[in-house]
Design a protein around this ligand. Structure first.
Ligand code: CTP
Ligand code: MG
Length: 230
């Protein structure tokens, strides 16, 4: 059944989905790879569309797949599909260009975080709505982290208590994200990193194990298992 979006919602979600998925191995663009019989992008968009304050979803598709993605998602939710770029930031910029000014909150999500629950989308949006200019969902780092020199010799052990691993959706006031993009793209950082550079505070909220990024083949196995949790 096709989801309805909230015409009175105040949130646009950008879903960059134009990556090649090189680390997942051969098999075409990652967003179109199957998880439990459905493309990752379908899983991701379905969950975003179920978040109650979402009014607009913009997907950045692999340029050769724009029509196919439009068709694929037609029965999932009403989405705008644009052609993505060579770098993720270019895909985000292309999607951002499709968001009308009057939508005040913009979330940037990865299609590869296909199992992200609607509640996380709402939590990030609510934090921005509550007055924060930029919000990221994070988890504590569980492994011990070492700084290592070029000769494989350990230089030191990093204090893990101050570290977080960062997920998406990352949420922004529309004007804040637009200004960061206008200031110039940096392929070496995430959306929040661009905003940090403009001197604006980025605030953490609790992330979700379900928002794991599907990157390597093992992640697909883990995601299949997560889907079986009732
Ligand atoms: N992405 C995008 N446009 C790009 C590169 C990435 O829209 N030029 C998207 C991916 O489709 C994914 C998200 O950004 O949903 C996170 O990127 P990543 O997990 O790195 O995906 P890929 O770039 O596809 O994977 P890889 O780096 O292994 O090739
Ligand atoms: Mg990539």
């Amino acid at each position: 059944m096709t989801a309805q979006l909230n015409a009175r919602g105040d949130v646009a979600v950008l879903v960059p989905a134009a990556g090649a998925g090189l680390r997942l191995g051969p098999g075409g663009p990652k967003a179109l790879r199957l998880l439990a019989g459905e493309p990752l992008l379908v899983h991701a968009v379905r969950r975003v569309a179920a978040a109650e304050s979402v009014r607009l979803i913009v997907v950045a598709a692999p340029p050769a797949e724009v029509d196919a993605v439009r068709e694929l998602l037609a029965s999932v939710a009403p989405v705008t599909v644009v052609a993505g770029g060579v770098e993720r930031q270019e895909s985000v910029a292309a999607a951002l260009a499709a968001v009308p000014k009057e939508i005040e909150i913009v979330l940037v999500h990865d299609a590869a975080r296909a199992l992200t629950p609607p509640s996380l989308v709402e939590a990030v949006a609510a934090a921005v709505r509550g007055g924060l200019p930029a919000v990221i969902p994070v988890l504590p780092v569980v492994d011990t982290i070492k700084e290592v020199g070029p000769d494989a010799v350990v230089l030191g052990t990093v204090d893990r208590s101050a570290l977080r691993s960062v997920q998406t959706p990352q949420g922004f006031r529309h004007d804040v994200l637009a200004a960061a993009h206008d200031a110039g793209l940096d392929p070496h950082t995430d959306d929040a990193g661009m905003v940090e550079k403009s001197g604006i505070a980025v605030t953490c909220v609790p992330g979700s194990e379900l928002a794991m990024k599907i990157t390597r083949p093992l992640d697909l196995v883990l995601a299949e298992a997560l889907l079986r949790i009732p």
